[in-house]
Ligand binder design. Structure first.
Ligand SMILES: C[S@@+](CC[C@H](N)C(=O)[O-])C[C@H]1O[C@@H](n2cnc3c(N)ncnc32)[C@H](O)[C@@H]1O
Length: 221
């Protein structure tokens, strides 16, 4: 992604921090159920684990895993997101820090479980190899990586595509509540395309691909 696009994307998330969690509470039972089911699976996965979360946003997943985890370091590039996340309460020791997920300030083999929610769809596809190798380094031997992201039906009709770049990355229009418009890199994945992207780097322990969301649990290859 060009620096200018990256700056715009970061600006979008920082400005959206206070309204971001609306995505979790739209009035749609099936969609809500998929998230609730994922919370149950993730809390189980996180039990007694030492966790690093990248791009934690407002801490939606963070607060839930804190009910079972041993400890958490939650990071995000946006200070505004971290401010929102800090407003929540947490049930295990937690530390927040501002960090770029592409250059995380953690030692190798730092956690049992790495969380990366709603990010892969924003990562430029040409950068997957670098990102995946970065993620693999952070987990201990036998450590796991969890990711979740959305499928097109979770987007709503308002977010029309504004085309693709030369790498094949898709761009979509996004609006803040005040109607300010942004163009955001947003790729979508089928079960098959996810496997193809992930399998060179990871063992796929679990891949759930539902109508609104997909999630994976990975170990390093
Ligand atoms: C779609 S939100 C996901 C938030 C959270 N993980 C969740 O599942 O609710 C994407 C998040 O990535 C953060 N972000 C964007 N670029 C980043 C970067 N280079 N490093 C770390 N976080 C970044 C944004 O600030 C935002 O909080």
């Amino acid at each position: 992604m060009k620096n200018n696009d990256l700056d715009k994307q970061n600006e979008y998330y920082s400005k959206r921090a206070s309204e971001y969690e609306q995505i979790y509470f739209r009035d749609n039972k099936e969609r809500r159920q998929e998230i609730d089911d994922e919370v149950i699976r993730l809390k189980e996965l996180a039990t007694d684990k030492s966790i690093i979360e990248l791009a934690c946003g407002t801490g939606y997943w963070t607060t839930r895993v804190s009910e079972t985890a041993s400890d958490i370091i939650a990071s995000d590039f946006s200070q505004e997101m971290i401010v929102e996340a800090k407003k929540k309460s947490y049930r295990c020791p937690i530390q927040f820090l501002q960090a770029d997920l592409h250059n995380p300030p953690f030692e190798a083999s730092s956690c049992d479980l790495l969380l990366l929610g709603f990010w892969l769809s924003h990562e430029p596809c040409q950068d997957y190899p670098t990102l995946f190798n970065t993620l693999k380094k952070l987990i201990k031997q036998n450590g796991k990586i969890w990711m979740i992201d959305n499928n097109p039906p979770a987007e709503g009709s308002k977010f029309e595509s504004v085309g693709k770049d030369s790498f094949g990355n898709n761009y979509k229009k996004r609006f803040l509540d005040d109607e300010t418009e942004y163009s955001i890199l947003k790729n979508y994945f089928t079960d098959e395309s996810l496997r193809k992207i992930l399998e060179p780097y990871f063992e796929i322990e679990l891949l759930i691909h539902k109508r609104y969301y997909w999630s994976v649990v990975l170990t390093a290859k």
